[in-house]
Design a protein around this ligand. Structure first.
Ligand code: AP5
Ligand code: MG
Length: 389
């Protein structure tokens, strides 16, 4: 998801720019001003409540706004993302927006403030007033709107200042120049770690093979807990020795060892276009940890896949690998292979179930050839990405 809020005084050009952005990025447009005007026109209960305030240039109550926003978001669960115009407009609304984003398992990517001085706003709105039919486009009301903006809306910027989501654009430029600035900001956002994939599946389902190929294709950092642990074993570090012993007994490595390794990797992969996790999260605790780590870095999971392969095929594949040169240290005997399959069944399946409640965990039939499975996953990824661009 890509969520953008356009911020700025009346007449900054929020509405003008929105038209272009919603077409280009296929975002769902939420203009609280437009919605309120429609409610007023329809003489709905909400509209009647807000009418007087708006006509005087004041701000509608946060209670009214939260109802509007919540309803609009709920009615559009398929949206690729939202473009907010004229919201959040008070500090309370900024808190409300954070809460709604958490509920949707997403974040506000950017709040873009389009800055213009009061004289410019006033001049533009007076001009617009000649044809807009908006009852608030007259000198007295414009003055009030600006006063409200300075008093209640500008402080919203404090809320975002430290969160690394605020961008500023000079709104006195031509419409085209402002559009170009906005597009640059959004493109940069899209190129950030936007694709964070978790790859689920039983041992032997092809998770590693697919995850590595996806990492290569999309410039993602491949984060495989197992590989990192093996590296430690190979390096013969103290941690490595500890891990080896656990492995030899077919035990899970404790989170105190796994988590710092993963966090380190995320911190040191700022260039990546995203991350692909394999073999992590493996337990419910790890699923909470992953959310915590991602949140800390302003990231969220964008895609989850579960490769489905029949138990017989899993055993066949793992037994075959066991006898090869490239056999993994953790599949050195049939007993160990079965133990790993069982552990997945007993612990990781619960994690997938939990995610099913909050995310769309896409099932992929893994019984096909490596190439065909890869094609199915990339097709799914690209439908989402295409919708955004
Ligand atoms: P709202 O509809 O949001 O109005 P506003 O914030 O006052 O902003 P405008 O729509 O007037 O300006 P805009 O930035 O969209 O500029 P535009 O693109 O049209 O809200 C209306 C009322 O509803 C509020 O006063 C409040 O009462 C209530 N309300 C709404 N949301 C609320 C909330 N969250 N909480 C509480 N109350 C809420 O451009 C203006 C003109 O300039 C146009 O004619 C355009 O062609 C021109 N123009 C644009 N860009 C340029 C440019 N670069 N160069 C030259 N001309 C330009
Ligand atoms: Mg507008």
């Amino acid at each position: 998801m890509l969520n953008i809020a356009l911020f700025g005084p009346p007449g900054a050009g929020k509405g003008t720019q929105s038209e272009f952005l919603i077409n280009k990025y296929k975002l769902f447009y939420i203009s609280t001003g437009d919605i309120l005007r429609k409610e007023i026109q329809e003489e709905s209960k909400l509209g009647l409540e807000a009418k007087n305030i708006i006509e005087k240039g004041g701000l509608a109550s946060d209670e009214i706004i939260v109802q509007i926003i919540e309803k609009t978001i709920k009615d559009n669960p398929e949206a690729n993302g939202f473009l907010f115009d004229g919201f959040p407009r008070t500090k309370i609304q900024a808190y409300i927006l954070s809460g709604l984003m958490i509920k949707l398992n997403t974040t506000l990517n950017r709040l873009i403030s389009i800055e213009v001085p009061e004289e410019v706003s006033t001049k533009r709105l007076m001009e617009r007033g000649k044809t807009s039919g908006r009852s608030d486009d007259n000198e007295d009301v414009i003055r009030n709107r600006l006063r409200e903006y300075n008093k209640k809306t500008l402080p919203v910027l404090d809320f975002y200042k430290d969160k690394n989501v605020l961008s500023i654009v000079d709104g006195t430029q031509t419409i085209e120049q402002v559009t170009a600035d906005l597009t640059n900001i959004i493109e940069e956002e899209l190129n950030k770690n936007l694709l964070n994939i978790v790859m689920f599946g039983y041992p032997g389902s092809g998770r590693g093979t697919q995850a590595k190929a996806l990492a290569k294709k999309y410039g993602l950092e491949y984060i495989a807990a197992g590989n990192m642990l093996e590296e430690e074993i190979k390096k013969g570090t103290e941690i490595g020795k500890e891990i080896k012993e656990l492995y030899d007994n077919g035990q899970l490595v404790p989170d105190e060892i796994v988590v710092p390794l993963i966090e380190n990797k995320i911190e040191n992969s700022k260039q990546a276009k995203g991350f692909i996790f394999k073999g992590f999260p493996r337990t419910l605790v790890q699923s909470y940890i992953l959310e915590g780590i991602l949140k800390k870095h302003g990231l969220s999971i964008t895609k989850m896949y579960e490769l489905e392969v029949s138990p017989f095929e899993l055993v066949k594949r793992l037994e075959y690998r066991r006898k090869q040169q490239y056999a993994k240290s953790y599949d050195s005997s049939t007993a160990k292979i079965l133990y790993r399959l069982e552990q997945h069944e007993n612990t990781t399946v619960k994690v997938i179930k939990r995610y099913r409640k909050t995310h769309d965990v896409v099932k992929i039939n893994g019984m096909d050839t490596i190439e065909n499975v890869f094609a199915k996953i990339t097709e799914d990824i690209e439908t989402g990405a295409k919708n955004l661009r």
